[in-house]
Design a protein around this ligand. Structure first.
Ligand code: SF4
Length: 260
C-alpha cells in the first residue's frame, strides 16, 4: 500500500509510540510528578529512555531531567545497548540555551570515545511548560561552529527525508547528527506519520488534531475500511510546521504524549 500526501510526498515512515510514560521530567518536555519506576518498564522502553542524554555532568543532568541520580543509569544503559550489539546507538541531546550549549564539544568527544552517534536536536515548542522561545534555541550553525572549535567536521550525504544532518569528524573517528527543524526545516520532504500510544494517527508533530485508528479497530472495521481511513487521513497531512511564525498554533499534544 503506497501512500502519497496531497503535496506529492511519499509517506514511507511510520513511528509508533508504545508508551507515554517516562521516568524523567525534562524541563524541555514535561511537568508534574507521575511516571513509571524502572522495574515496570520493558527492556526496549528502558533502552529508549537511555537514548536521551542531556548533559555530561551529573548535577546538570539532574537539573534538566528533574530526577536525581539518573545519570549513571542512562550511561550504563547506553553502554548496555552497545554491548548488546545494537548499532548504531543514537544518543539524542536536546540543546537549550542556558542549560547545556557549552557541552557541545564534550558531546562530540563522548560520541568518539563511546562509539555512539550523538544527535543534537534544536528545541521545539512541544513542551508542557510552554517555555519555548526563539532565544532558547541553539541552532545548527552555532552547533557546527562550536564543534569545529573542538575538531572540524565533514558532512555525510543523507536522504532528503532523513530528519538528521550527519557529520563525521575529519579524522574519521566518530559521527554526530543535527536535527534542525527550527533553523533548517525539512518538512518539504517529510515522509512520516505517527501512531500514538493510545492508537491515534498524527500526520505531523505539530498537528492540532488526532485521528482515532484504535477506536475504528475497536468498532470492528474491516481491513479495507482501515486502509481507506489511513488514506483519507494522509490526505489531511499538514504541509509544514509554523514554528516561530505569527500564525503558529501549539500542537494538540506535547512530545511526551507523541513519542518522538
Ligand atoms: S514538522 Fe510535521 S511536516 Fe514538518 S517534518 Fe515534522 S512531522 Fe513532517
Amino acid at each position: 500500500m503506497s501512500l502519497t500526501d496531497k503535496f506529492g510526498r511519499p509517506i514511507t515512515d511510520l513511528r509508533i509510540s508504545v508508551t507515554d510514560r517516562c521516568n524523567y521530567k525534562c524541563v524541555y518536555c514535561r511537568t508534574g510528578n507521575d511516571g513509571a519506576l524502572y522495574s515496570d518498564l520493558p527492556f526496549s522502553e528502558y533502552l529508549r529512555m537511555c537514548r536521551v542524554l542531556v548533559s555530561l555532568d551529573r548535577e546538570r543532568f539532574a537539573r534538566i531531567t528533574r530526577v536525581p541520580d539518573g545519570f549513571d543509569n542512562v550511561l550504563s544503559g547506553i553502554r548496555a545497548a552497545r554491548e548488546a550489539g545494537l548499532w548504531p546507538v543514537k544518543v539524542n541531546c536536546v540543546l537549550m540555551r542556558g542549560f547545556n550549549e557549552d557541552q557541545i564539544a564534550a558531546f562530540g568527544k563522548f560520541a568518539r570515545e563511546e562509539g555512539v552517534v550523538v544527535r543534537f536536536i534544536e528545541f521545539m515548542p512541544l513542551e508542557e511548560d510552554r517555555v519555548w522561545s526563539p532565544q532558547v534555541v541553539v541552532r545548527l550553525d552555532e552547533i557546527l561552529q562550536r564543534m569545529a572549535e573542538y575538531m572540524p567536521l565533514v558532512e555525510i550525504p543523507h536522504a532528503l527525508s532523513e530528519t538528521a544532518r550527519r557529520y563525521r569528524f575529519e579524522d574519521g573517528v566518530g559521527e554526530i547528527g543535527i536535527i534542525a527543524p527550527v533553523s533548517h526545516p525539512f518538512c518539504g520532504h517529510c515522509s512520516r506519520i505517527r501512531i500514538t500510544s493510545d492508537g491515534k494517527i498524527r500526520t505531523c508533530l505539530f498537528s492540532v488534531w488526532d485521528h482515532d485508528l484504535y477506536g475504528l479497530m475497536r468498532r470492528g472495521a474491516s481491513d479495507e475500511q482501515l486502509e481507506q481511513f489511513i488514506r483519507d487521513v494522509v490526505q489531511r497531512k499538514e504541509e509544514r510546521h509554523h514554528i516561530g511564525e505569527a500564525d503558529f498554533v501549539p500542537a494538540s499534544r506535547t512530545m511526551v504524549h507523541i513519542g518522538g
